[in-house]
Design a protein. Structure first.
Length: 281
């Protein structure tokens, strides 16, 4: 068992989510930064889809009743990032505030074995599916998700890169005034304090509409850049609703979703339609 001594500002159990159920109104959810969760799991020999702990803005404390191999990835909130290390029985893992980024992933060899709901152990902050957000006193069982021996000594974490989100235009760019996509990519935008796992709310150049009214609700994908009547864009993250009625001016490329997931309030971000290659971790 792992005991949560302090969850920090917000912490949840996450795996790779509930794909294939959007037609039933079930969001995918899962880790906001899937690259980091997968990396942390690989470091301790787990399957990439094993459940771990997603810690928002650090400051968490976890006590291990039994010894365990642990790895951290994502926002750097501890000295030992990107390396498997042993926590002895009764030992405590403490995270500080991250130097940059927002979400740190804690993988434990064997995976977090809370009861799955609809095939996933992820907490969905929008629908309420899955385990409750972690709080002091929560006990997390460790399972048997390890499939390989630990063979990697170190996966050096990258430093903070430029906050640029590459987008594809549409599917509702025709709902916007001429030049709106150029305004989106002209930026910069500033991340709002109202952002969460549902979406990154941004403030910056207003995106003017060419049509009045709203669309009937239609399917939404992770990375959709939805624009409400305020003209200020919202980038949908892992817990976004399966449908929405505000027009989508663009969609963030899948490779850049981890960048969006690590944006924190006050950060500046820009959009680009240029298909430049980004280094993956």
């Amino acid at each position: 068992m792992i005991e949560v001594i302090a969850p920090g500002p917000y912490a949840t159990v996450q795996d790779l989510g509930r794909p294939g159920l959007a037609h039933l109104g079930v969001p995918r959810s899962g880790a906001a930064d899937v690259h980091s969760l997968r990396l942390a799991n690989r470091l301790v020999g787990n399957r990439e889809d094993a459940a771990g702990v997603e810690v928002t803005f650090g400051m968490a404390r976890l006590r291990f009743h039994g010894g365990a191999w642990v790895a951290l990835a994502g926002a750097p909130a501890a000295a030992r990032m990107g390396v498997p290390f042993w926590v002895p029985p009764g030992g405590e893992l403490r995270l500080g505030a991250p130097e940059w980024g927002l979400r740190t992933y804690v993988a434990v060899r064997g995976g977090i074995a809370v009861e799955p709901v609809l095939g996933s152990r992820s907490t969905d902050s929008l629908s309420g599916l899955g385990p409750e957000p972690l709080r002091a006193g929560t006990l997390l069982p460790v399972g048997g998700a390890a499939v390989e021996e630990i063979s990697v000594d170190l996966a050096p974490p990258p430093g903070p890169g430029p906050a640029v989100l590459r987008v594809l235009a549409g599917p509702r760019d025709d709902w916007f005034a001429p030049g709106a996509l150029e305004a989106l990519c002209g930026g910069p935008y500033v991340v709002s304090q109202d952002s969460n796992r549902v979406g990154v709310r941004l403030g910056g150049p207003e995106l003017a509409r060419a049509r009045k009214g709203e669309l009937p609700s239609e399917g939404m994908v992770t990375g959709a850049v939805q624009v409400p009547p305020s003209g200020q864009p919202i980038v949908f993250l892992a817990d976004h609703p399966p449908t929405g009625g505000y027009p989508v001016i663009a969609v963030v490329r899948e490779a850049d979703l981890p960048v969006a997931a690590q944006l924190r309030p006050g950060d500046e971000v820009r959009f680009s339609t240029r298909p430049t290659r980004r280094r993956r971790t």
